[in-house]
Design a protein around this ligand. Structure first.
Ligand code: PLP
Length: 435
């Protein structure tokens, strides 16, 4: 294994811990799920990241999704510099916001209008308020293992960091708030039907990850999305498809572009983030115009933001979406399939039980011998084996997401050199699991 120094990262972590809880600004970055010292990254270009000790890594985090074109893509850099040269934030409407909204509406057919916000959390929080305002109901249904950001009402049995740290939910969420959240097992149509039989006329909406990626990648089973649509419609509830992770990544129109309308319809509302901000704080929620028109200033549901539609962030998002050509999706697919196939082959050779699951080019490797259909299945994986594998890869210059509950992300810049480096690291990482 490598003898790379991590002393500068360790020193920065010490410094950070004095002024920031855990030394990080988002919990999963702290490496608590895998142990060890998080690497402080100094710069990144294409598929490569360089840490403050000068170690270089192939990046399979891609900022947890946004960097679909690779780091510091020249077109995005140009758009950002140009926008920034004209001012950073106006607090008035500006053209980039219109252009980004048009691009989203053009790509995702059921979305007639969008409202721009600054994070995925804001998008889901606002979509929830809108659904409650539109229906006049209070209860929301979410699925165990789905993460929709750190919205009070949606933290119960959330995936991502909440799963990584084995938290049941979060302290600080009032019981009265969690009381209106019904948490159901994912991919379980009878449980969905039973919840609606009991509470059908109180449920404002069902929110689901379009294809969950926050308990690892767990795509909807055949018929599940159609059932969500049918049951919500039958009971006058809205269906919110959270495409913060899958949006514009799984295809040009996100997971919706792959799955299409299901049963008798499409989701009422969508949430987006990550890719559409190109690495900057931009996110959105949108959907049917008759629902969106209930938002202030046209309607009574209040929602706002000082930096919403920020001209620099929207320039980055627009340049990124415009860069997401069919060729880009082809490249993502090639890189992801090559990495996953090689990982599977090495694990097979060593007799390590695992399954690889997919949503477009988004995938994850579960250290478990059976398919993962829901959060309970995901929790049954061998997270310690993942931790050893993770460090085996990291020591050889490949930076996976530091959690067994996350997707592995590639970018269109993951060329042969980057993919080969990942593949070459696999035998050593698998040895770290078995020895
Ligand atoms: N929804 C999903 C599906 C996500 O994956 C995330 C973040 O990982 C969010 C919402 C929250 O987005 P943000 O971290 O930008 O608040």
């Amino acid at each position: 294994m490598s003898t790379a120094s991590t002393s500068a990262s360790a020193a920065l972590l010490d410094r950070a811990r004095r002024v920031t809880p855990g030394g990080v600004n988002s919990p999963v970055r702290a490496f608590r799920g895998v142990g060890g010292t998080p690497r402080f990254i100094a710069s990144a270009k294409g598929p490569w990241m360089t840490d403050v000790d000068g170690n270089e890594y192939v990046d399979l985090i891609c900022s947890w999704g946004p960097m679909i074109l690779g780091h510091a893509h020249p077109d995005v850099e140009r758009a950002v510099s140009e926008a920034a040269s004209k001012g950073f934030s106006f607090g008035t409407p500006s053209e980039n916001e219109v252009a980004l909204a048009e691009e989203i509406v053009r790509r995702v057919e059921p979305v007639e209008q969008v409202r721009l916000v600054s994070s995925g959390t804001e998008a889901t929080m606002s979509a929830l308020r809108l659904a409650r305002g539109f229906t006049g109901r209070t209860k929301v249904v979410k699925f165990a293992g789905c993460y929709h950001g750190h919205v009070d009402a949606l933290l119960a049995q959330a995936g991502s960091g909440v799963a990584t740290f084995a938290l049941p939910d979060s302290a600080g969420v009032p019981e009265s708030n969690a009381h209106d959240t019904i948490v159901l097992p994912y991919n379980d149509i009878p449980a969905l039907q039973a919840a609606f039989v009991e509470h059908g006329d109180e449920i404002a909406c069902v929110i689901t990850e379009a294809s969950p990626g926050n308990m690892g990648v767990v795509p909807p089973a055949e018929g599940f999305t159609a059932a969500l649509r049918r049951v919500t419609r039958d009971h006058g509830a809205l269906l919110i498809s959270d495409e913060v992770m899958t949006g514009f990544r799984c295809s040009q129109a996100g997971w919706f572009g792959l799955e299409g309308p299901q049963g008798d319809g499409v989701p009422d509302l969508f949430t987006f983030g990550k890719v559409m901000g190109g690495g900057f704080p931009a996110a959105a929620f949108g959907g049917r115009a008759d629902i969106m028109s209930r938002l202030a200033p046209d309607g009574p549901v209040y929602q706002a933001g000082t930096l919403s539609g920020n001209p620099v962030a929207t320039a980055a998002g627009l340049a990124t979406l415009q860069g997401c050509t069919p060729d880009v999706y082809g490249r993502l697919e090639v890189a992801a399939r090559a990495i996953a196939a090689a990982a599977s082959e090495e694990l097979d050779k060593a007799g390590v039980p695992h399954v690889v699951q997919w949503a477009g080019s988004m995938f994850s490797v579960f250290f478990r011998d059976r398919p993962v259909r829901n959060y309970d299945d995901a929790k049954a994986q061998d997270t310690e084996a993942f931790g050893r594998f993770f460090h085996g890869m990291l020591d050889q210059g490949v930076h996976l997401p530091p959690s067994a509950y996350e997707a592995w992300f590639v970018s269109a810049s993951h060329d042969d050199a980057a993919v080969s480096k990942v593949i070459d690291a696999l035998p050593g990482a698998v040895r770290a699991v078995t020895e």
